[in-house]
Structures are given as structure tokens and as C-alpha cells.
Design a binder for this molecule. Structure first.
Ligand code: FAD
Length: 474
């Protein structure tokens, strides 16, 4: 194969896969088994594990109620610690319980749509990939989405999951109302007008208040988007970052550690002719890792050699994807990784990213996974990472078959210096004391939690540490 063709294929594959957080069906990295993952023994209850295969449990009971009455019964009578589960796409230990797991998978779909207000009431168990087409059928679309669509709406909202774009808040901010079934089995309808305190707590609850059964979304008329991805010099992008982020409906980039390169993704309304799909040979993110392993350690020249390999990708034409918004905003992610993400104040983003990249270089951290950089609008949701503050989110990843801890520990020190707030669903080491300092409405949330679940039946070990609750549920 000609070198150019190989380069073009690598480029196209990286772009198509959103930086190679990649399709890697022939070589999925599950990594060494985690000590948290229970083994399956025939005859015993089926263990649960998350997407990233770093969290697991062996619940004595799993429930998937078909309606709110059955959900209320289940919560009233559930054994042990009760944890709601969506699609298991959180990296943190939000879900594990050896008591009861509750899935809303059978409560899925659009309940009703209001064509004048462009609102829709939706079951919380609806997966985002089902929601896009279902809303399109009633002429609506969510204004923004995260970069994948595997999550359940209830799971995504519970962690303030977000996409990118300075004019768009997280999914939690798009809620107009919701129904919450408490651990006592009560059904509470809430909105800014009705039970407003519970509403503000339940819009991003970490599943600690009960189970959200349905929600009303503020949508917009369905629309098309075109995404253009190109390789650029990172410092050029950072130099004009304010202009870039305002110029496009959605804007983000991925910075390649040990290089000065960035993959820039700009998305705007309208349709354009998409770039023809290139058949992908092999697994580009592993190809990049192999390249780094071969040349990265070469004395004095290693980083330069690797940088030239990555920069070479910049010579090719931008890649264009176009279609209905829900298809363009979301991507395929199959290769396993572990992730940490912090939201820093919007204007601190460039300085924080530069310090992250400098630290990787200075400490010679052997990481090649590109670093994702996005913007999210402020909101008033009590535990949202964007509470009262426009945010810049910076996400770091490591392959699931590599040790991530020393890398993540080092980066977390930088994030904390910039008053970063950790994504609730992504790895972090903060506890109630440090988190309380980051959230002005922290105490208000704790009061609502205590009033709805005084016995702590919804709290597993992770949530007890997050909320500073020492006693266990009986
Ligand atoms: C490949 C990948 C890509 C990702 N991309 C993004 C991204 O672009 N942007 C972003 O912000 N995040 C992203 N994430 C993180 C992810 O969106 C969040 O962790 C999200 O919470 C996962 O949703 P889930 O349905 O898998 O929920 P789970 O991980 O199963 O659960 C998450 C939380 O929701 C609670 N919960 C679930 N259902 C309910 C309910 N009905 N009522 C109350 N609580 C409930 C659970 O108890 C838990 O606390 C990504 C994760 C992965 C693995």
C-alpha cells in the first residue's frame, strides 16, 4: 500500500471514529480483570459489570418494572442497597450494589409531545439512540447530545451528561419536569413550579433520591447538522479559541499528547455532501499506540518522531458528516478505555489544557489517547458540574488494558488547581469534604436527600463517600 493511502486511511478512521475512541472489533481491549469484577459461577446470580469493565457487583435482586406502580412496589420491598442502573456507561462506582439493581429498560419511549411548546414527556429508560428517531417522528429533537447515544436518558440526566457548545447546557438543564419514585414508594411530580427543591436536586441526583421514571424535555424543531473534522496545529486553535467557540453551533477538539497537533470538530446547522466513507483497515488507535511504542522512547528524538507521524495526518482533506442532528452529534465508541473528566471555568480552559500537556511531557507519561476539550453553558441545577458557571470540560482517557492511576492522579492535581469539578460518571478521587467546596447548593441537596431517604437505602459505598454519610443501610 502507498504510504499516502495508509496515512489517509488512518486519518479517515480517526476522524470517523471521533479520535479513535475507536471501533476496534477485532481487538477489543478489556484489560486485566479488575478486582471489583465478580466472576460468573453457573447456578449463582448473574453478576453485573459496567461498560468499562472496572466496576461490578453481584446483586441478590434485579428488577425491571413495567410501570410506575410496579416500580413503587419494588422500591418499597427491595432488599439491601437499592441502585438504579441505566446503560452502565459510568466509570465511577455509582451503580454497584449486592442488594437490588433497578433498571427502567421496560419504561421506554415517548409518552406525549406538545407541538406548540416543543416539549415531550419521555420514559427515563429510553436509550438516547432510541430517543433521536422517536422525537424526530413527532418533529422534535434535543438541542444537544453527548458524543455517544448508548446511555439511558435517566442515567445520562443523573450525572449531568453533556455535549459541546457554549450555548447549550447539559441534558439535566433541558428538563422541564420529572416524576420521581422515592425509596418509600411515593410518586412525586416536580418542576420549577411544583416541588421546586426536589426538582433542582433530582435533575442531577446520581440516583440517590429514588428512581426517576419519566421526564419532560424542552426540545426544538428537528434539524440537520453538518460536522467537519480537520487536523490543525493546537496552538493556532488555542490562540483564537474564543472566536472559534462562538463561530460554530458546536465546537470541540482533541489534543494529541506529546505533539502539537489537534483534531478539530466544528458542527453547524444545515446539510452538506458528506465525505465518502473509507473502508478502515485495522485499528487506528492501536496503530498510533504501536507507533508511539516504537519511536517514543528513542533518546532525544522520540517525541519529534512521534509528532511527525501524527502531524502527517494534517495533510489530508477535512472529513464531513451530515444528517439529522441526533445522528451527527453522536458517534460509535467500541474500544474500551477508562476516563477522567473535569469541568473548569470556561476561561481557564486553555491554561488548564496547556498545563495538562506540559505535565504529560515533563513527567514523560506514556499516553497517546487524545484529550477531549469541550464547552458547556452554565445552568442552575444544584449538582450539575455547570452550576452557576460556564464550563470547559477536559477529558483524559487511557486504554482499558493499561494502568491509568499514576496518569490520572497527576492530571487530577492539575484539574483541582483550576477549581475543576469532576464528572460524576467519570473517575475521580474526591470526597464529600472537597466536593462540598465546589458546589454552592451542596447542603441543600443533602437536605433533600435526607428527607427522601433518611435510612440511606439508596446509598452504596461510593455514594456514602461522596455525600459524607457514614452509616450503612440496614
Ligand atoms: C464511551 C463513553 C462515552 C461517554 N461520553 C460522554 C459524553 O460525551 N458526555 C458526558 O457528559 N458523559 C459521557 N459519558 C459518561 C456517561 O454519559 C455517564 O456516565 C452517564 O451517566 C451514563 O449513563 P447510563 O445510562 O449508562 O447510566 P449508568 O452509568 O448505568 O448510571 C449512571 C447514574 O444514573 C443513575 N440512574 C440511572 N437510571 C436512573 C433513573 N431512572 N433514575 C435515577 N437515577 C438513575 C444511576 O444510579 C447512576 O447513579 C460517556 C461514557 C462512556 C463509557
Amino acid at each position: 500500500m502507498r504510504a499516502t493511502t495508509r496515512r489517509e486511511l488512518l486519518h479517515a478512521a480517526l476522524v470517523a471514529a471521533g479520535t479513535g475512541l475507536l471501533p476496534a472489533c477485532h481487538r477489543t481491549s478489556l484489560g486485566p480483570p479488575s478486582e471489583r469484577l465478580p466472576a460468573y459461577h453457573p447456578g449463582e446470580a448473574l453478576p453485573w459489570r459496567n461498560w468499562a469493565a472496572n466496576q461490578g457487583c453481584r446483586p441478590v435482586m434485579r428488577g425491571a418494572p413495567e410501570n410506575e406502580a410496579a416500580l413503587a412496589d419494588l422500591l418499597r420491598t427491595a432488599q439491601g442497597v437499592i441502585r438504579p442502573v441505566g446503560a452502565g456507561h459510568s466509570f465511577t462506582a455509582l451503580v454497584p450494589s449486592d442488594g437490588t439493581l433497578v433498571a427502567c429498560d421496560l419504561m421506554s419511549g415517548v409518552l406525549s409531545a406538545d407541538p406548540d411548546r416543543l416539549q415531550a414527556e419521555v420514559w427515563a429508560g429510553t436509550r438516547l439512540h432510541q430517543l433521536g428517531p422517536a422525537l424526530q417522528a413527532v418533529g422534535q429533537a434535543m438541542p444537544n447530545l453527548p458524543d455517544i447515544a448508548y446511555q439511558a436518558l435517566g442515567g445520562a440526566v443523573a450525572t449531568s451528561t453533556h455535549g459541546t457548545g457554549p450555548s447549550f447546557g447539559s441534558l439535566s438543564s433541558m428538563l422541564q419536569g420529572l416524576a420521581l419514585v422515592t425509596p418509600a414508594g411515593d410518586l412525586i411530580e416536580c418542576s420549577l413550579e411544583q416541588n421546586p427543591e426536589i426538582f433542582q436536586a433530582a435533575r442531577c441526583s446520581l440516583g440517590a433520591l429514588g428512581v426517576v421514571s419519566r421526564m419532560t424535555l424542552q426540545n426544538q424543531r428537528s434539524f440537520d447538522l453538518t460536522e467537519t473534522t480537520s487536523f490543525e496545529i493546537l496552538e493556532d486553535v488555542l490562540d483564537e479559541i474564543e472566536k472559534r467557540r462562538e463561530q460554530h453551533r458546536h465546537f470541540e477538539f482533541y489534543a494529541f499528547p506529546h505533539t502539537g497537533a489537534a483534531m478539530v470538530v466544528a458542527t453547524d446547522e444545515g446539510r452538506r455532501e458528506p465525505t465518502p466513507e473509507v473502508p478502515v483497515e485495522g485499528d487506528p488507535i492501536h496503530a498510533l499506540r504501536d507507533a508511539y511504542r516504537k519511536v517514543g522512547g528513542v533518546p532525544l528524538l522520540g517525541s519529534r518522531l512521534y509528532e511527525s507521524i501524527v502531524s502527517d495526518l494534517g495533510g489530508t482533506e477535512p472529513i464531513v458528516r451530515s444528517g439529522p442532528s441526533f445522528q451527527v452529534l453522536t458517534h460509535v465508541r467500541i474500544a474500551r478505555f477508562r476516563e477522567m473528566e473535569y469541568t473548569v471555568p470556561s476561561d481557564a480552559g486553555p491554561a488548564c489544557l496547556r498545563e495538562i500537556l506540559d505535565t504529560i511531557r515533563r513527567e514523560r507519561i506514556p499516553v497517546i489517547f487524545p484529550i477531549e476539550y469541550r464547552y458547556v453553558q452554565r445552568d442552575d441545577v444544584w449538582l450539575s458540574m455547570f452550576h452557576d458557571r460556564d464550563g470547559c470540560t477536559i477529558s483524559i482517557h487511557q486504554f482499558a488494558d493499561e494502568e491509568y492511576r499514576p496518569y490520572f492522579d497527576s492530571m487530577e492535581r492539575v484539574f483541582r488547581k483550576y477549581e475543576g469539578r469532576p464528572h460524576w460518571g467519570k473517575l475521580h478521587t474526591q470526597d464529600s469534604q472537597s466536593l462540598a467546596r465546589l458546589y454552592p447548593r451542596w447542603k441543600d441537596f443533602l437536605e433533600v436527600r435526607e428527607s427522601l431517604d433518611p435510612a440511606g437505602r439508596m446509598l452504596n459505598e461510593h455514594l456514602r463517600s461522596v455525600f459524607g454519610v457514614t452509616r450503612s443501610a440496614s
